[in-house]
Every structure is written in structure tokens, then in C-alpha cells.
Design a protein around this ligand. Structure first.
Ligand SMILES: NC(=O)C1=CN([C@@H]2O[C@H](COP(=O)(O)OP(=O)(O)OC[C@H]3O[C@@H](n4cnc5c(N)ncnc54)[C@H](OP(=O)(O)O)[C@@H]3O)[C@@H](O)[C@H]2O)[C@@H](O)CC1
Ligand SMILES: [K+]
Length: 512
């Protein structure tokens, strides 16, 4: 069993791939072995998480996830713990074969079966074995049974430590969304939350609503052989940032040019701050030189630029498009559309964010110019949409993007032939013909204006540095570093976008 941390890259498998792993393992082992191993791993972690529990309550569903819970209940009872089980079926003949055997073992061990969830205190432990990999998203004609809903509400609101077996019940393994009718309808309880993933890690644990539902994640492969097929996605690990040689000069770390920051005078909505944040991030992340080209009359940016004298203002026409890494769109307003055709056709390394994405979504010609970049050898293009911007580009709703974030990011990457960072909880990095990646770092402190601009600037710096990173690796590294700085942020200090930009370093070290 291992605890999952952001440092190590991990393979992720969707439901279908996990089913293959399960079938291959089950075929090699005596009957019931996998469930016994799953129950033993659950019992072991349960005891480690709540060594002083006065009560251990296990909520067990009517499938094999429930079987894992029943198996754990038998072992915990045998170890002398005060165990109570609520089982969603009163008739064991309704259980699948393995789960039926575990039900019998729990009975034989003397486990107490209770109809209703018991009251639990903060030192107690609840084990969630209601629904796992067998959960389906299809809407059901009959509403979920009231005992299931009561158990889910008790688990979710519990003050006790909760250990979810394989998946938090109700959460879909592939997407990190809840199945219809099983969404939480109250704020979560204050107890610690853990998930013990079995056989494989599933992408839904790490993106969309999965992070909040799952808490700390553990993996037990149950001794199953690694899957023969490659993973469906990767959980990113700490990026490999090469050390900077002593004999360095600024040319080695590249020029980043930020284009955006529509002036207040343009439409009465000043957005120069966004471009300045991206520029500051690029500078602190180690770009050799940072140029900034503001759109429109930049007079209102002068005081801010004076505070960051390392950033060099440039007219758009004076930018070295062929040599610099361009970060375009941060606070770009409508003015960005005017310079996009030139950027798309002349800038070999390009990060497109915010209003640049909105402009592209609204103009077929810009989409064609974007897709055409793929035919240029060694050109790199990264898009950094949040879910609404991705929805505009895909011409669908935000809900459709969030319903399967991995699939949406991949679809966008294939359609526009570039690297895509779909931002949000568990940012997804996708590129044509690459296995997508989910970022494990970051937290809700990043949900504040300007942090997206910081990410774009950081990405620009990673793309500009030598030795050259691929667009995919630069994007993955930037997401990881951006989130890690927020994860290391001192509790008592406000995490504003500017402070975040200034906490970046060239080597992804912890510096806050
Ligand atoms: N086999 C093995 O050896 C091993 C299996 N393992 C374990 O088995 C788990 C998978 O077990 P599984 O396939 O039996 O499905 P499971 O997650 O228990 O769910 C089935 C239940 O869900 C219900 N249900 C479905 N959708 C629903 C909805 N929308 N809304 C409401 N209810 C819904 C469905 O209801 P039904 O369709 O029958 O009405 C049925 O009652 C896996 O996660 C791991 O823990 C591991 O121990 C390794 C060894
Ligand atoms: K579960």
C-alpha cells in the first residue's frame, strides 16, 4: 500500500481498463482472493487511521464494493474492535458471489448489523463501502433507495474520520463527477477523509469534484500485475528542472514577451494588471528577459511598470516574434484579436490565454491559423483555457466540459492541434497523440483573480528556457509548480496573484 503524494508520477486507469486488470488478476488467483486482499487492506488502513476509535461503522452496498466492506468488518471484529455494519441488502442471496462469502464471514465473526447509521464522534471511524467501480452515470427510473441516501448523508456529514473504499460512493471513477441523484446536498463534515484505491488509481479521484470527495489517497494494487495496456492518463509528478550552470547568461533563459493588458481608455475596463502579472511571473520563474507589449494607451500601466523595472515595455511592432516566447491574451480584451493573426503566423513559441482564446473561439479564420501552426516543425503552442473558455472553443456548455474534463481537454487538443491546459480542480494537460495528464498540486487559494495570468507567464518562462522543453512538458511543469507554491503557502499569509508571481523561482524550489 502506498500513500499518493504529488512528487511521484502515477498511472491512472479508467473503469474499463481497471476491469481488465481485475479480470486478469482474478483469473490467476483462487476464488475470493482479491476481495480478501481488498478487505485486509481496508482493515489495515482503518486501524492505522483511527487507532483510538470507540466505534467503527461500515456502510456496505449491494455489490462487490460492499463485499470489501464486509470482509474488512469481519477482520476488524476479529481484531477486537467495536464494529457495526449497515448493509443495503437484508437478503444475502442478492449479493454477488464474492460479497456473499464476505457477508457470511462477517456474520460468523459476530459483527453487529444495524439498520441506521450510528452517531459517531471525532475519534471514531466510518468506512464507506457503498458504491465503487460498478456505479454508472445513467439516469435511473427509480430514485435511489432511502437507506443508501441516509448512509451517504451520514458519511458525508460525519465528524468521524471517513475511509472510502476504492472510491467515495457516488463519485464516478472516470470523470470525478457524481452520478445523477447522488450529489452531496450539504457541506462536508469536519472529519478527515481518506480513499483507499484498489487495483488502480482512477482519474476521477484527481479532477473535477474528486479531490474534495476523496481527501488523502492511498493505493493498494492487491498484488495484481501491472496492466499490460498503457494508462488512460498520468498523474503528474514533480517536474524535472535542470540545474542552471554557473557559466550562464540571460540569453540562455530566453525572452518572454507578454502581449495583452487592454488599457482603461479602450473600453473603460482596464486590464493592464493581467499582463503585468504574467510578466512578473515570467521574470520570477527565471526568464532571461521579459518584454511587455500593452494593447492601447499604456499610460495607466506606467506606475506598475516602474515598480517592476526589469520588464521592458515594447511596441507590438518592435517585439522579436521569431526569438521570444509569446504569452498572449492576459487581459487582452477585444484588442487582442487585432494582433492574433500576426502572432499565430509568426511566433514559433506561443502561449494563448484568456481573451486570446475568446477571440479564437469567435473567429473561424483564427482557428484555421491556429491549427496550421502544427505543420511548422518545432513550433510550440499552448492554450490555457478555464472551463468556460474551453466550452466556447468546443462550442458546448461548461457543464459538458466538466462532465469529462479529460475527454474535453483531449478533444480540444486534437481539434486545434496544440497543447491544452484545462484549468480547474485537477488541471488537465492534453496534446494530440499523447496520454493526458492530471496535475496533483494546488488548492482553493488559487481561486482568486490573476492566478491564471501567473500560470501563463510561468509557462512562458518554462517554454523559453534552454534546454528546450516540449510544450507538453512545459505545461505540465508550470501547472505543478504553480500549484506547489500555493500548497506551500503559509496559512496566515494572503495568497494574492502578485504575491504568488513573486514567490516563483526558476527551479520549482519551495521559497514562500
Ligand atoms: N470483483 C472482485 O473480485 C473485486 C472487486 N472489488 C471491489 O468491487 C467494486 C466493484 O464492484 P461491483 O462491480 O460489484 O460494483 P459496486 O461498485 O459494488 O456497485 C454496484 C452497486 O451499485 C449500484 N449502482 C450502480 N449505479 C448506481 C446508480 N447510478 N445509483 C444507485 N446505485 C447504483 C448497483 O445497483 P444495481 O444496478 O444492482 O441496482 C449495485 O448495487 C470495486 O469498486 C472494488 O471495491 C475489489 O475488491 C477487487 C476485487
Ligand atoms: K465506496
Amino acid at each position: 500500500m502506498q500513500r499518493i503524494t504529488p512528487d511521484l508520477r502515477q498511472p491512472l486507469f479508467r473503469t474499463q481498463s481497471t476491469r481488465t486488470v481485475e479480470a486478469e488478476a482474478a483469473a490467476r488467483l483462487p476464488p475470493h482472493t482479491l476481495m480478501q486482499r481488498a478487505g485486509a487492506a481496508t482493515a489495515r488502513l482503518a486501524r492505522a487511521l483511527a487507532p483510538h476509535a470507540r466505534q467503527v461503522w461500515l456502510a456496505c452496498g449491494a455489490g462487490n464494493n460492499g463485499g470489501d466492506g464486509l470482509e474488512a468488518a469481519a477482520l476488524l471484529q476479529a481484531a477486537g474492535l467495536p464494529v457495526a455494519v449497515t448493509c443495503l441488502t437484508d437478503d444475502p442471496s442478492q449479493l454477488p458471489t464474492d460479497a456473499r462469502a464476505s457477508w457470511q464471514r462477517a456474520r460468523n465473526a459476530g459483527v453487529r448489523f444495524v439498520g441506521q447509521p450510528p452517531a459517531l464522534g471525532a475519534q471514531d471511524l466510518a468506512v464507506d463501502a457503498l458504491l465503487g467501480l460498478g456505479l454508472t452515470a445513467a439516469a435511473r427510473p427509480v430514485p435511489p433507495d432511502s437507506r443508501l441516501l441516509a448512509c451517504l448523508a451520514a458519511l458525508r456529514g460525519s465528524a468521524a474520520t471517513v475511509l472510502h473504499v476504492d472510491l467515495p460512493s457516488g463519485l464516478l471513477a472516470d470523470t470525478g463527477q457524481y452520478a445523477p441523484g447522488l450529489e452531496p446536498d450539504a457541506p462536508p463534515g469536519r472529519g478527515a477523509r481518506h480513499t483507499l484505491a484498489l487495483l488502480t488509481l482512477k482519474p476521477g479521484l484527481f479532477t473535477a469534484l474528486g479531490r474534495d470527495a476523496a481527501g488523502d489517497i492511498w493505493l493498494d494494487t492487491l498484488g495484481a500485475a501491472p496492466p499490460t495496456a498503457g494508462p488512460d492518463a498520468w498523474l503528474a509528478g514533480r517536474p524535472d528542472t535542470p540545474p542552471r550552470p554557473h557559466a550562464s547568461h540571460k540569453g540562455r533563459f530566453g525572452d518572454v514577451a507578454v502581449v495583452g493588458g487592454e488599457a482603461l481608455a479602450q473600453r473603460g475596463m482596464g486590464m493592464t494588471g493581467a499582463a503585468l502579472l504574467a510578466a512578473s511571473a515570467a521574470l520570477h520563474a527565471g526568464a532571461g528577459r521579459v518584454l511587455i507589449s500593452l494593447l492601447g494607451d499604456a499610460a495607466d500601466a506606467d506606475p506598475a511598470l516602474a515598480l517592476q523595472p526589469e520588464c521592458m515595455p515594447r511596441h507590438f511592432d518592435a517585439l522579436p516574434l521569431d526569438r521570444a516566447t509569446l504569452v498572449a491574451g492576459c487581459g487582452g480584451g477585444t484588442a487582442i484579436a487585432g494582433v492574433l493573426p500576426v502572432l499565430l503566423q509568426q511566433a514559433p513559441r506561443l502561449v494563448l490565454d484568456a481573451d486570446a482564446l475568446n477571440a479564437i473561439a469567435g473567429e473561424a479564420r483564427l482557428q484555421r491559423l491556429l491549427a496550421a501552426r502544427a505543420s511548422q516543425a518545432d513550433w510550440a503552442t499552448v492554450l490555457t483555457p478555464h472551463p468556460l473558455e474551453a466550452a466556447r472553443l468546443l462550442q458546448c456548455s461548461t457543464e459538458a466540459v466538466q462532465a469529462d474534463r479529460l475527454a474535453a481537454a483531449q478533444a480540444l487538443a486534437e481539434r486545434l492541434a496544440c497543447t491544452v491546459v484545462l484549468k480547474g480542480s485537477g488541471s488537465v494537460v492534453a496534446a494530440p497523440e499523447r496520454v493526458p495528464l492530471v496535475n496533483p498540486t494546488g488548492n482553493a487559494r488559487l481561486a482568486t483573480a490573476g492566478t491564471g495570468d501567473v500560470l501563463a507567464g510561468l509557462l512562458g518562462a518554462r517554454l523559453a528556457a534552454l534546454p528546450p522543453a516540449t510544450a507538453f512538458d512545459a505545461a505540465a511543469g508550470a501547472c505543478w509548480q504553480h500549484g506547489q507554491v500555493a500548497d506551500d503557502w503559509p496559512q496566515e499569509r494572503a495568497c494574492t496573484a502578485l504575491a504568488l508571481a513573486r514567490a516563483l523561482t526558476p527551479d520549482a524550489a519551495r521559497t514562500v
